[in-house]
Design a protein around this ligand. Structure first.
Ligand SMILES: *Cc1c(COP(=O)(O)O)cnc(C)c1O
Length: 227
């Protein structure tokens, strides 16, 4: 189990990385500003949060060179609160949401970087695009009209299970989709640079399957207390 020394946890986590070019996003949701400051002092600049209110509250209290990643389900009426400063919205789970992000980006003259969250897990409750939806969109006309979003790649979450093979199969399917799309002539608004997959429990498998970015919370900050 991770101890409470955030610096040690980061060092330990990075030492197990299979790919040194894989980016670590420290998932600080539910954790206090002081914990983020500790990780910042240890050199981390990328932090992930899953709630808009918490993200904006923390952002104003912390250094401006932090790159904030939105990783949780985002309601369309809340996009405006993070649009001015968010580094990457990883959890774009629908076309309606992407359109709203484009709209808010236009209002403030900013191109907002996004990942499209693909539904890869078996669980019904997980948000995200399925493959057909995604390809219809990427090769359709609508995306070409969007001038204030930049899709940087894909994000996915595996089924929450002990079964390593299920997890691997899901990551592998997403990586295949990512690699396939990379070969396609994509519109200017879409690049396949980033594949965000892997959390504390499954990031070694995700890295083996080709992840470029992992989102790690509890292995760095310890278990979360939801009260
Ligand atoms: C909470 C969360 C994580 C991090 O989970 P850990 O198991 O604590 O590493 C990663 N991705 C998303 C989308 C999350 O909501």
């Amino acid at each position: 189990m991770p101890n409470t020394n955030i610096r040690d946890n980061i060092k330990q986590t990075l030492s197990t990385f299979m790919r040194q070019d894989c980016r670590l996003i420290a998932v600080s949701k539910t954790k206090p500003v002081s914990a983020i400051e500790e990780a910042y002092a240890a050199g981390i600049r990328d932090f992930g949060e899953n709630k808009v209110q918490e993200l904006t509250d923390k952002a104003v209290q912390l250094p401006e060179d932090i790159r904030w990643h939105m990783i949780g389900h985002l309601q369309r009426n809340k996009v405006k609160y993070i649009a001015p400063f968010v580094h990457l919205i990883q959890s774009v789970d629908s076309l309606r949401l992407l359109k709203q992000i484009d709209k808010e980006g236009k209002k403030i003259g900013r191109v907002i970087s996004c990942l499209l969250q693909v539904h890869i897990a078996k669980e019904e409750s997980k948000y995200g695009w399925d493959e057909t939806e995604l390809t219809d969109f990427l090769f359709g006309e609508e995306v070409r009209e969007m001038k204030n979003i930049q899709v940087e790649g894909l994000m996915g979450m595996a089924t929450n299970t002990e079964d390593q093979q299920t997890i691997r199969n899901e990551f592998r399917a997403l990586a295949h989709l990512f690699e396939r799309l990379k070969q396609e002539p994509l519109p200017d608004q879409v690049k396949m640079n980033e594949l965000s997959m892997g959390m504390s429990g499954d990031y070694p498998i995700a890295q083996e399957e080709g992840s470029t970015m992992v989102r790690i919370g509890s292995a760095i900050f310890g278990a979360r207390n939801y009260s």
